[in-house]
Write a protein that binds this ligand. Structure first.
Ligand code: DGY
Length: 326
């Protein structure tokens, strides 16, 4: 019989889509035979077919892992490794029923996503997209003291809804810009986890105090459509909203109304309801800076995600407890 380490090296791993070469290298260092699913097979049925014989499969947020998926999963598959921090796209009960071990990549994306949150906050507040549109259109008539006036950061209140590791990193960055940071969570965090931010227990008081609201809470039944018409009304006139979590935290109709009537002055969005569909109104409404879900899109994060999953797959195969089991 092969030693556990030799068996490990031969472990059949299926990577279900192309990853950056640096991340593939991380997988292949430990699992030299890790296979990458060809592009023309990258559908749920293609994955299920190719997964036959694999012990672990690596999946991004592109696929909904629902009950039907887990029921159809070939017997060989013991580990579903989510190449993501979020797991709102996974039916956890169905995974449990199927007795598959589910792991993800929490914590390590915080710097990458927090950097992008700052880009969206600054980009929305300083009307960066309108500036790009103007200069690209050839309509720019030269410097003007009235052109594209935005808002400075110093002294503004940034309200973070959902103070996890991403929220903390944004908080630190925002304070370096002179902002006052408030946060709202189900409960107040221990001081060392507050990232220098002030807890506001009352939801309405929290929203009324936000010059800029950052949505950073995971999507759960409690946060689904958190930003609805009533809560939008509680935001001060001219507030800015940034979403780096999941599109489903926002009631799109109510939010678009608020953008059109200028109650919300600007928005920075990296995520959308029902991706990759995008409510087209977000692409035409002035003041919206839309990005295509690139919060974790840095090479550092992509490598760290691969390392986190490889470590945990190794642990599981060696009979140890994984660090990030869901
Ligand atoms: C995550 O990790 O949850 C990102 O949103 C996409 O991978």
């Amino acid at each position: 019989e092969a030693s556990p380490l030799v068996a490990l090296k031969r472990c059949p791993i299926l990577i279900t889509e192309e990853l950056p070469p640096e991340a593939i290298k991380v997988f292949r260092r430990v699992f030299p035979e890790a296979a990458i699913l060809p592009e023309n097979q990258q559908t749920v049925s293609g994955i299920l077919e190719a997964a036959d014989g694999a012990r672990a499969i690596i999946l991004t947020v592109k696929y909904r892992l629902d009950e039907a998926f887990f029921q159809a999963l070939p017997k060989s598959v013991e580990i579903i490794a989510l190449y993501s921090s979020g797991f709102d796209h996974v039916d956890l009960a169905a995974a449990r029923e199927r007795r598959v071990t589910l792991i993800n990549t929490p914590n390590i994306l915080a710097d990458s996503v927090a950097d992008l949150a700052m880009a969206l906050i600054l980009g929305a507040a300083r009307r960066v997209l309108e500036g790009v549109d103007l200069i690209r259109s050839g309509r720019w008539a030269g410097f003007s003291p009235t052109l594209l006036l935005g808002k400075e950061m110093r002294g503004r209140v940034l309200g973070i809804f959902g103070m996890g590791n991403i929220g903390r990193e944004v908080s630190t960055r925002a304070q370096a810009f002179g902002m006052n940071v408030a946060y709202r969570n189900r409960t107040q965090l221990p001081r060392e986890n507050e990232g220098g931010a002030r807890y506001v227990a009352d939801e309405r008081a929290f929203l009324e105090g936000c010059d800029i609201l950052l949505l950073a809470a995971p999507l759960t039944p409690e946060t689904h459509k958190f930003l609805n018409a009533e809560r939008i009304r509680w935001l001060p006139q001219g507030a800015i909203v940034v979403n780096i979590s999941r599109g489903e935290l926002i009631d799109d109709d109510a939010f678009l109304d608020a953008l059109l009537n200028r109650h919300v002055a600007a928005a920075g969005l990296d995520v959308y309801t029902n991706e990759p569909a995008v409510d087209q109104r977000y692409l035409t409404t002035p003041g919206v800076l839309p990005l295509p879900h690139i919060g974790s899109a840095t090479i550092e994060a992509r490598i760290a995600m691969a390392e986190t999953l490889v470590d945990d797959i190794e642990r599981i195969l060696l009979g140890e407890r994984p660090s990030n089991a869901l």
